[in-house]
Design a protein around this ligand. Structure first.
Ligand code: NAP
Length: 488
């Protein structure tokens, strides 16, 4: 396949239709939805806008492919994933350019996501062959117990715009490994990366109908009938807690298996014994990866009062030196926000903090001109109950506050309905484990600002959701346990 190198050719190389039953087709009635470049606000292209009938056809295809997929030998499922992995890695530059065009982040960051996304296919290509059951005696020694594991069945996947490919492969990889079929609906802002992925997985040899992709303007009305359809057995959603709650309610009707990867409000704790330069480096990753538009993004910085000023100044120096611009341009380290609504929300949170006495150490404003740019911003002296601390910012803003004891830091870190990830910087191992044990999150970065890794169980507690993606745990979401009582 030809390698696309220009912006136009990267966009042109992607199929724009709905992928149903192994073929690309237009939406019934020919409707389309516009995909925009957030760095210019102009249209990149249009993709199909699925109707409810199209979505139902996708579920029919997934349902009809179920038996073939479940019967496919695990080695073959693994090899399909491995072939898809190889193609993604081979075409990483082109796919990164495509992702930057629809999502905005710098190309180097898009490439990192493409490779991270591919890692899930690689990881689960191995896991496909390690699905086990077990055989045991019952506790009285009078009967034999056989435990086997089977694919859960047709799945629905709904993914967000912030990691347009990785949030898909974290679900598609384990689902294929387990022998499930699926209907995927990407976010309307970033459908192109998912369409490119579907094309790759199809050419890797997946049975027709096992993977279906529908793109739609009106996600709620198109997906709800599928969630309520008795043929669906599983819903896995990544997105906001607000939408997640609606989907959990809808899933109750068919008692669906549900995985929820929802919002976060990650605390970043810096203790007085921390290596401050390492903490600032980690903060740059935890805060600025994906321009702050990550569920794992450090949302608030709690720093011991003895080092808070020094930490905030160093962080402001680094953040202030970032180069803001179109993600396709050389040297750019921060792209635009996804749209004007998101930029408006970020501006509102900063303005509220400033009106309540926060000091702006760098940034603090929108960038004039085309696109949805916002300056990298560090705020010091932020009141603990400012909205910028209590709400998910999803932008390049780092609010800093202080604590004076470990207990105060732990209490502040846990004062949120979210529980996805926390970051802890300390050189004291005893303190580290005391804090780790007390934090109410599904993941912790200890002296590091990045937790994402295909071989690790990613996921949250509290209103950040339930279920895990990646690691040995990731495939469990797609397997049912069947126990056979044997009278021999
Ligand atoms: P969102 O508004 O909840 O949307 C996520 C997905 O749900 C999109 O595909 C969206 O489609 C769809 N959707 C929205 N309303 C729906 C409905 N009523 N029924 C069915 N589908 C619906 O979230 P977002 O703004 O795209 O993403 C940001 C959020 O995702 C943040 O809160 C972030 O923390 C969270 N996130 C969590 C993780 C994690 O692993 N925990 C990872 C990444 C992101 P349309 O866009 O087409 O409307």
């Amino acid at each position: 396949m030809a390698v696309a190198t220009t912006e136009q050719s990267a966009v042109d190389a992607v199929p724009k239709g709905l992928f149903i039953g192994g073929s690309w087709r237009d939406a019934t009635g020919g409707g389309t939805l516009s995909v925009e470049d957030p760095s210019t606000g102009t249209e990149l292209t249009q993709v199909a806008d699925a109707t409810v009938d199209d979505a139902k056809a996708a579920l029919t295809a997934a349902s009809e492919a179920g038996a073939e997929m479940a019967a496919l030998p695990s080695r073959e499922r693994g090899e399909i994933l491995r072939r898809a992995y190889d193609e993604i890695v081979e075409r990483a530059d082109e796919l990164a350019l495509l992702m930057t065009l629809e999502m905005g982040k710098p190309v180097a960051e898009s490439k990192a996501e493409i490779l991270y996304a591919a890692d899930f296919l690689h990881w689960f290509s191995g896991e496909a062959m390690r699905i086990t059951g077990d055989f045991r005696m019952n506790e009285k020694g009078t009967a034999r117990v056989l435990v086997q594991r089977q694919p859960v069945g047709p799945c629905l996947f709904i993914t967000p715009w912030n990691f347009p490919m990785a949030m898909g492969t974290r679900k598609i990889g384990p689902a294929i490994a387990a022998g499930c079929t699926m209907v995927v609906k990407p976010a309307k802002q970033t459908p192109l990366s998912m369409l490119a992925l579907a094309d790759i997985v199809d050419r890797a040899g997946l049975p027709k109908g096992a993977l279906n992709v529908v793109t739609a303007k009106s996600s709620g009305s198109v997906m709800e009938p599928l969630i309520r359809d008795p043929r669906t057995r599983k819903l896995s959603f990544t997105g906001s807690t607000e939408v997640g709650k609606v989907l959990i309610e809808q899933s109750a009707e068919q008692v669906l298996r549900v995985s929820m990867e929802l919002g976060g409000n990650a605390p970043f704790l810096v203790f007085e014994d921390a290596d401050l330069d390492a903490a600032v480096e980690g903060a740059m990753i935890a805060k600025m990866r994906n321009g702050g538009e990550a569920c794992t993004s450090a949302n608030r910085f709690h720093v011991h009062e003895s080092v808070a000023d020094a930490f905030a100044e160093k962080l402001a120096e680094k953040m202030g030196a970032m180069q803001v611009g179109r993600g396709t341009e050389e040297g750019v380290t921060l792209g635009p926000l996804i749209d004007d609504d998101q930029r408006g929300k970020v501006a509102e949170l900063v303005d509220e903090a400033v009106s309540r006495g926060a000091k702006v150490l760098c940034g603090g404003s929108r960038v004039d001109g085309a696109g949805y740019f916002y300056e990298p911003t560090v705020l010091a002296g932020v009141p603990g109950d400012a909205r910028v601390f209590t709400e998910e910012i999803f932008g390049p803003v780092a609010p800093v506050t202080t604590f004076s004891s470990d207990d105060e830091a732990i209490a502040a870190a846990n004062r949120t309905e979210y529980g996805l990830v926390a970051y802890v910087y300390t050189r004291d191992v005893k303190r580290a484990f005391r804090v780790i044990d007390a934090l109410e999150t599904g993941m912790i970065g200890l002296n590091q600002g990045l937790v994402s890794n295909a071989g690790a169980p990613f996921g949250g507690v509290k209103q950040s959701g339930f279920g895990r993606e990646g690691g040995f745990e990731g495939i469990d979401e797609y397997l049912e346990t069947k126990y056979v009582a044997m009278a021999l």
